[in-house]
Ligand binder design. Structure first.
Ligand SMILES: [Zn+2]
Length: 247
């Protein structure tokens, strides 16, 4: 585990990605996992949109807010966080937090999001459990990862899947590749220059991380470890993904 893995590729922007869609379960998931990558993409001029499946109404704070109030707060926090990394296009599907399953209805809603944004790249959570870190594999994360992969293939490209969407004007769209966060990366994105933006985005989730000390240190040490495992130079920071060709 402590050896470097030379087979991990380093992402280099070649202009082939112009539109990307991030699909995650909760407000703050994108910022913990891939906001440094999102900032890197938007700096290259990539149009990035977010599709957030729940509004985090069961999120871990001890406030006395109602579910509706908590959802509103967390949507506002995610919207502010997105702005830090150059994203202003957000859709909240408002599924109940903690109860997400990869159902046909969720596949349909993600299919609609894909056909709306028409991304070359979809970034989502791994449907595979991470046995090293229980928090990475919240059941909602596994469900969203699975539903998103099912939406990418076959639903979004298949005109006969959810024909009512076609009638509503959402034409079939084929996504070229998917990047899964969380498990067994085979590609890393150098986020050394966008790390501060990632941290700024994460700090916007005040209801979740407001009083947490050592957040930057923790984030930096994760990013350093990801870079080190990919054989990057000392001092480099990275986010890792499992790249899946889907075209
Ligand atoms: Zn989450």
């Amino acid at each position: 585990m402590s050896k470097k893995v030379p087979s991990i590729a380093k992402f280099k922007y070649d202009g082939s990605i112009t539109r990307a869609l991030v699909v995650v379960a909760h407000p703050d998931d994108v910022d913990f996992g891939s906001a440094g990558t999102v900032a890197t993409l938007t700096k290259h001029g990539v149009n990035v949109a977010y599709c957030i499946v729940t509004s985090g109404d069961a999120g871990g704070d001890d406030s006395t807010h109602t579910k509706e109030e908590r959802s509103a707060i967390r949507e506002a926090e995610q919207t502010a966080a997105a702005k830090e990394v150059g994203v202003t296009n957000l859709a909240f599907l408002r599924w109940p937090d903690g109860q997400v399953e990869p159902t046909l209805m969720l596949r349909k809603e993600i299919t609609r999001a894909i056909r709306t944004q028409k991304p070359d790249l979809v970034i989502t959570q791994s449907p595979e459990r991470n046995w090293e870190r229980i928090y990475a594999s919240h059941p909602d994360h596994l469900a969203v990862g699975e539903a998103t992969l099912r939406a990418v293939y076959p639903d979004a490209r298949n005109p006969h899947a959810f024909p009512e969407l076609v009638r509503e004007g959402f034409k079939p769209h084929t996504v070229d590749e998917v990047w899964l966060g969380g498990v067994a990366p085979n590609m890393v994105v150098d986020i050394t220059k966008t790390f501060d933006l990632k941290y700024a985005a994460l700090r916007r989730h005040v209801s979740q991380v407001g009083s947490r000390k050592g957040l930057k240190k923790m984030l930096r040490s994760w990013s350093k470890e990801t870079a080190r495992r990919a054989g990057m130079k000392k001092g480099k920071l990275a986010e890792g993904f499992r790249v899946v060709a889907t075209n």
